[in-house]
Design a protein around this ligand. Structure first.
Ligand SMILES: Cc1cc2nc3c(=O)[nH]c(=O)nc-3n(C[C@H](O)[C@H](O)[C@H](O)COP(=O)(O)OP(=O)(O)OC[C@H]3O[C@@H](n4cnc5c(N)ncnc54)[C@H](O)[C@@H]3O)c2cc1C
Length: 276
């Protein structure tokens, strides 16, 4: 990417909270990009056993990849790179952007276009809303005067209980807001923050439900914004597709090496040596 790109929503951090938030904002029709650097801390987990819906647990690498695929499938774009600064858009008024530019923020990132050649370039993104889901980095928000709380070696972003920070249009999701340190908590918070953002936007009150045909309309009610009624044949098609996808995901053990704390091994991602 060379030009400045324009999005409704920039999500910083493609871990559990950020990816979940992006599923909701993209499904609501807000153009969404997730910028992620490194890996979700969840990849250090050895077997994820407390995320609802997986009775015998799930490989955390697989889980994170399925979440990213869900975000892509619902329309979010993904970039690999580190967001290094977010500032008010007027400070960068010279940027040339196609289309209506109602961006409030401009973000700078060191983008890794090609991991094979490690060919990095700095580029820019403009966005109306920013969701900071970047556990544990807040440094890129320094120019925004956002309220940050220092707690020993950790820094957390203050919010109003629904993810709004003291800076208009800037939201925080997941562990970065000092929510409890579990994947389901971060996922739930990512969803809640995204819905708050959607409600703060121009989009009418929003549910994001898929209901059986007639559920609303046969009772003489409008299908609410963000709701969809589907026929029984369409439901069967979607079920078949979901079954095929899950069979493929769960066909083989995940090939990635187990991660541990990076300080314990000579590897920046904390990858343990293969035991074979
Ligand atoms: C060893 C271990 C085991 C665990 N086991 C469990 C468990 O069994 N069950 C459970 O529920 N939870 C477990 N957790 C906790 C769980 O992983 C976290 O609570 C959850 O991942 C937090 O989600 P998050 O989205 O806030 O952060 P993350 O999932 O860590 O996502 C943050 C993302 O932001 C990226 N990022 C940071 N800064 C930037 C930047 N400037 N630009 C772009 N990207 C950036 C990071 O690289 C990362 O990909 C475990 C954690 C560890 C360490």
């Amino acid at each position: 990417m060379t030009d400045t790109e324009l999005y409704d929503v920039l999500v910083v951090g493609g871990g559990v909270a950020g990816l979940t938030a992006s599923v909701f904002t993209a499904r609501a029709g807000l153009t969404t990009v997730v910028v992620n650097d490194g890996e979700s801390i969840l990849r250090r987990n050895a077997h994820l056993e407390n995320f609802p819906g997986f009775p015998a647990g799930v490989n955390s690498n697989l889980f994170t990849e399925m979440l990213e695929a869900q975000s892509t499938r619902n329309g979010a774009d993904h970039l690999t790179g580190r967001v290094t600064a977010v500032r008010p858009a007027e400070a960068d008024a010279d940027d040339e952007v196609d289309g209506d530019d109602d961006a409030r923020y401009v973000a700078e990132l060191d983008e890794t276009e090609d991991e094979e050649t490690a060919d990095d370039e700095t580029t820019k993104l403009r966005a109306q809303y920013v969701v900071a889901a970047s556990w544990s980095d807040v440094g890129y928000l320094d120019e925004l005067d956002v309220d940050v709380r220092d707690a020993g070696s950790k820094r957390y972003v203050d919010e109003d209980g629904l993810g709004r920070t003291n800076v208009d249009g800037l939201y925080v999701a997941g562990r970065l807001s000092e929510r409890y340190h579990q994947a389901i908590v971060s996922a739930g918070h990512g969803a809640e923050v995204a819905i708050t953002l959607i409600h703060d936007s121009e989009i009418p009150y929003y549910h994001d439900w898929v209901a059986p045909e007639g559920y609303f309309s046969d009772r003489g009610r409008e299908v609410p914004p963000g709701c969809e009624e589907i026929s029984e044949s369409e439901r069967r098609v979607r079920e078949q597709e979901s079954m095929a996808a899950m069979q493929e995901y769960f066909a083989e053990p995940h090939p990635d090496r187990q991660r541990t704390h990076p300080s314990l091994v000579d590897d920046e991602l904390g990858r343990l040596p293969d035991d074979e």
